[in-house]
Design a protein around this ligand. Sequence first.
Ligand code: 8YV
Length: 310
Amino acid sequence: MTVLQVGTLKPSLTQTLERRHRAIGLPDTDRDDFLAEHGEAVTAIVTSGRFGVSADLMAKLPNLGAIVNFGVGYDTTDVDAARERGILVSNTPDVLTDCVADTAVGLFLDVIRGFSAADRFVRAGSWPAEGNFPLTHQAGNRRVGILGLGRIGSAIAHRLTAFGCTISYHNRRPVEGSPHTYRADLVEMAREVDVLVVAAAGGQSTSGLVSREVLTALGPQGYLVNIARGSVIDEEALVELLLEGKLAGAGLDVFEHEPKVPPALFGLDNVVLLPHLGSGTVETRGAMEDLTLANLDSFLHSGTVLNPVP
Ligand code: 8YV
């Protein structure tokens, strides 16, 4: 039984996998030779949302039983192919909800109040030279639309409710028992809100969901916050509309081609750019590591995982 690591993982996770399970890493080169030698022995993979497992790789691992994903998002793994082959896929839900929701609120405040831009203003010596920083806008008591009222979306709604915001949301279906207003039509919701917060899962079903039409409906007074996946938004349209002043601003933790960020955004003070750090705290990444190892142990001991993806 061999555990295979796909992609670069948190160093302490790699150390534990090597120590406890003698895990081996999938090399970047000469993969076919490597798989010819080790492929049959591999029963479990540990990977992360940045890398994932393709159907092609699964086909070369005839005894693979589980793909254990470090992270809640698993859009880089071909889950349909895994299901067809009877391979379990697990993720790390719940433990990162609070940190990712905090990041969304941080972006929400920053993009509306201009804190990062104001920080640059102070550091550049512009305060004594130019006088007061230009006025920004109020963040509390705004109308916020959340795309994806799952665990993270609900935690964002909870936080922004405390800021006096009115929350509406768009999902495929209404969430039973939710106190927030359901909007079946995303374009209509975007038209009605001041801020659109994207918290939907990535993958094919949500690819390009925040289209040019949705962004145009959000309009020149509207702000966009994305802590989900870059693929959910038509990034080209987003950049164009921001450059043309057809959106008030955007707070982005995720991008379509990470770690590449469209350079056209670098000069815009109404855009806040973060390097996909939503879950990136010592506490949360530690909890994700523990849950990843618990899912792997569960599979190796009982053939089941604790957090199977739907
Ligand atoms: C991680 C994430 O940065 O959980 C997710 O889906 O996007 C983040 O928590 C990522 O999974 C680590 O590679």
